[in-house]
Design a protein around this ligand. Sequence first.
Ligand SMILES: *[C@@H]1O[C@H](CO)[C@@H](O)[C@H](O)[C@H]1NC(C)=O
Ligand SMILES: *[C@@H]1O[C@H](CO)[C@@H](O)[C@H](O)[C@H]1NC(C)=O
Length: 235
Amino acid sequence: MLFSGFITLAALAVAPVRGALTYKGVDWSSVVVEEKAGRSYKTTAGQTQALESILKGSGVNTVRQRVWVNPSDGNYNLAYNLQIAKRAKAAGLGVYLDLHYSDTWADPAHQTIPAGWPTDIDNLSWKLYNYTLDVSNQFASAGITPTIMSIGNEIRGGLLWPTGKYDQLYNIARLLNSAAYGIKDSNLSPKPKIMIHLDNGWDWATQQWFYTSVLEQGPLAASDFDMMGVSFYPF
Ligand SMILES: *[C@@H]1O[C@H](CO)[C@@H](O)[C@H](O)[C@H]1NC(C)=O
Ligand SMILES: *[C@@H]1O[C@H](CO)[C@@H](O)[C@H](O)[C@H]1NC(C)=O
């Protein structure tokens, strides 16, 4: 299953429109950061409204939110995400959580283990399970059931480096299995769709290599996740 419904605000103008997309999404993670910096949002008619109202009124049905573990300024941590997810829910929007499993940006060049987390594969797998379970249960307690949760962000080169780097395929399989079960064992009901998210969505050889080599390790089953997500920057 190819996930192609999400676009960033910056890419909105060039979004392709074909047929009925299930998810019409915008990553609105920075809304409170921007509001604290004094910014507000207006409709095309010039009326100032809450961003979630403008998004909902424009046909968006889901917001994407990045979750960092313990960022130094608190932005994008769990509490921040619960706060904005409540606003999204109140506006009638679904929530897609993008778990970075880092204290800062995770991408193909950065997958730094959060400060204080263990680095050996056994303890790190448990920590990842516990953390994902805790995030899931805190959302459940807040009455918010994400529609999608991605376990890692742009993990073409692995996650939680160096333990889960691309040359440690068995560890990647274990980590993704532990992360998936943190969601599956949670109180969330119905269960969110579990996504594995890589970048270079245009490059089938890379996508094929990743899924084939990680799945053949053993610990991760195809039934452990529901969606293959891609970042797609064709320009
Ligand atoms: C895992 O954590 C436990 C408890 O902190 C510790 O005793 C053990 O040495 C750790 N395992 C490794 C391989 O570091
Ligand atoms: C995971 O959570 C369990 C139960 O709360 C706890 O006993 C265990 O020490 C935790 N493990 C890690 C690695 O955080």
